[in-house]
Design a binder for this molecule. Structure first.
Ligand code: ATP
Length: 154
């Protein structure tokens, strides 16, 4: 059944922030405050944690993470932007594949199995949503999640 997702995002971020005090989180979800989406709050939390975890893991210096939640016409959009090492253009098509990790040499020091994004994508698709990534090497990465919106509470 439909849930207000804004509080779910806020709660997830609150807990994640405490665990990553060296990062600055800029959050603006005001524009989706009353939006309802048919999604399990636990699954949404799981999706967000996978992406936030990557944002932290693949950032060396500029520890700012920007989270924006908006309402579009029939959907909500959540963007999570980091300013980390980024992903080379030619690797971008594969990052949602199971067990895929960009440039094994680069990742050697950073633990991971290459499953996170494929799981996030499965969850997003389960709810008829879309997940995409934009990235620039040495500049950062933005993950965009779109989920069908049920309605707005009046
Ligand atoms: P885990 O299964 O623990 O999440 P992982 O981080 O390697 O391991 P994915 O989350 O599926 O796996 O990500 C796949 C690959 O995409 C990563 O190995 C990494 O190279 C790249 N990647 C994902 N998110 C980012 C990001 N925010 N910045 C830079 N590279 C990223």
């Amino acid at each position: 059944e439909p849930v207000q997702i804004e509080p779910v995002i806020q709660e997830t971020l609150k807990r994640f922030e405490v665990l990553n005090p060296e990062f600055v989180f800029q959050v603006n979800t005001e524009k989706m405050r009353d939006a309802l989406v048919s999604i399990s709050p636990l699954h949404l939390e799981q999706i967000l944690l996978i992406i936030l975890d990557n944002a932290v893991k693949y950032t060396m210096h500029d520890r700012r993470i920007v989270i924006v939640g908006q309402r579009l016409i029939n959907e909500v959009q959540i963007t999570i932007e980091d300013h980390g090492i980024g992903i080379p253009q030619d690797e971008l098509p594969y990052v949602f594949d199971r067990f895929y990790r960009v440039d094994k040499a680069r990742n050697r020091e950073i633990a991971g199995t290459g499953l996170g994004l494929s799981i996030a994508k499965q969850f997003v698709h389960k709810y008829q949503g879309e997940i995409t990534i934009r990235s620039k090497e040495n500049e950062g990465t933005t993950v965009i999640i779109k989920l069908p919106m049920n309605q707005i509470i009046k």
